[in-house]
Design a protein around this ligand. Structure first.
Ligand code: CP
Length: 326
């Protein structure tokens, strides 16, 4: 199996085999971060720009660390300190960066489809680090890597995603990835937070959180995304916490080996109780550790594909665009 793509834009367009290949590659990169000298020459000669138009802690820092541990030259762009503040467009910004010979662009943007837009127009590889409400593919991959460590093969495992699924790019990437790996995915949350036609995504919905969590191997708790709420979707944070917060009583419902996940940042006391976030079933910080290995794997695989393209061993595949972006 090889990963002959120039970009990582979503999990929807990846095959089950490609996802497993990335996860297997990430396993081999985990060990590098345990070494005394945490550096390998894999990306020597590559220049990577981290282009963040939205705030981030985990994703931005773990991409930067992954790039540095792979010996790439790294530059960071943040919207708030750039000439975007003077009105420069996305494409002009990127063309100026490419004039400085960037090979890989890691991009977070508030608009769904922004990484696709870029990938269609620039010769660099584009990695989606979260685009609007669309996808967050490396988060989906690190979530699956963490699940695999605790549960082994995910086929037939019950994964319940609880919370603000409508606004969540993490949920979308989890759904596409997990259904390809054969997991049973259940969505649970207030009806206003469930996307239309969930059955078309191969998942089921249960509006009773207690029933949904019964026998679950994973509960993936999502943040209420205050910044993406349109009016009237939620009465108040207090009411949300009362009805939908994952608390200690819910843990008793899980399978004996069931784990608690959260992509971060957490609203402690809103979607997740303090004791659950810090409790023995929580693998939330393991997710962060696995994020580094996943991002190293993705950068490595893209750099290998670029080398093959340059040597004429592969041809660039046309980009597939998901229905939600069409
Ligand atoms: N999980 C996640 O995307 O976190 P950040 O927004 O901090 O990158």
């Amino acid at each position: 199996m090889s990963f002959d793509r120039m970009h990582l834009l979503d999990l929807e367009s990846l095959s089950r085999e490609e996802i497993i290949h990335i996860l297997d590659t990430a396993e081999s990169f985990r060990e590098i971060s345990e070494r005394e000298i945490k550096k390998v020459p894999t990306l020597r000669g590559f220049t990577v720009v981290n282009l963040f138009f939205e705030d981030s802690t985990r994703t931005r820092i773990s991409f930067e660390l992954a790039e540095k541990r792979l010996s790439a030259d790294v530059v960071n762009f943040s919207k708030s300190t750039s000439s975007v503040q003077k009105g420069e467009s996305l494409l002009d910004t990127v063309e100026n960066l490419l004039a400085m010979k960037m090979d890989i662009i890691v991009m977070r943007h508030g608009a769904s489809g922004a990484p696709h837009y870029l990938a269609e127009r620039v010769p660099a590889s584009v990695v989606n680090a979260g685009d609007g409400k669309h996808e967050h593919p490396t988060q989906g991959l690190l979530d699956m890597l963490t699940m695999r460590h605790h549960l082994g093969d995910l086929s037939g495992r019950k994964v319940v995603i609880v919370g603000d699924i409508l606004h969540s790019r993490v949920a979308r990437s989890n759904i596409h990835g997990l259904t390809k790996l054969g997991a049973e995915v259940v969505l649970s949350g207030p009806p206003t937070f469930i996307p239309p036609k969930p059955e078309s995504l191969g998942v089921s919905v249960d509006y009773d959180i207690g029933r949904a969590l019964k026998g679950a191997h994973v509960v993936n708790v999502l943040r209420v995304q205050k910044e993406r709420q349109e009016g009237g979707l939620m009465p108040s944070m207090r009411a949300y916490a009362r009805d939908w917060q994952v608390g200690l009583k819910h843990l008793e419902l899980l399978a004996p080996d069931g784990i608690v996940m959260h992509p971060g940042p957490m609203n402690r006391g809103v979607e997740i109780a303090q004791e659950v976030a810090d409790g023995p079933r929580s693998v939330i910080l393991e997710q962060v550790t696995n994020g580094l290995a996943v991002r190293m794997a993705v950068l490595y695989l893209l750099s290998e594909a670029r080398k093959k393209l340059e040597r004429g061993e592969i041809e660039e595949k046309p980009l597939e665009k998901s229905e939600v972006l069409a």
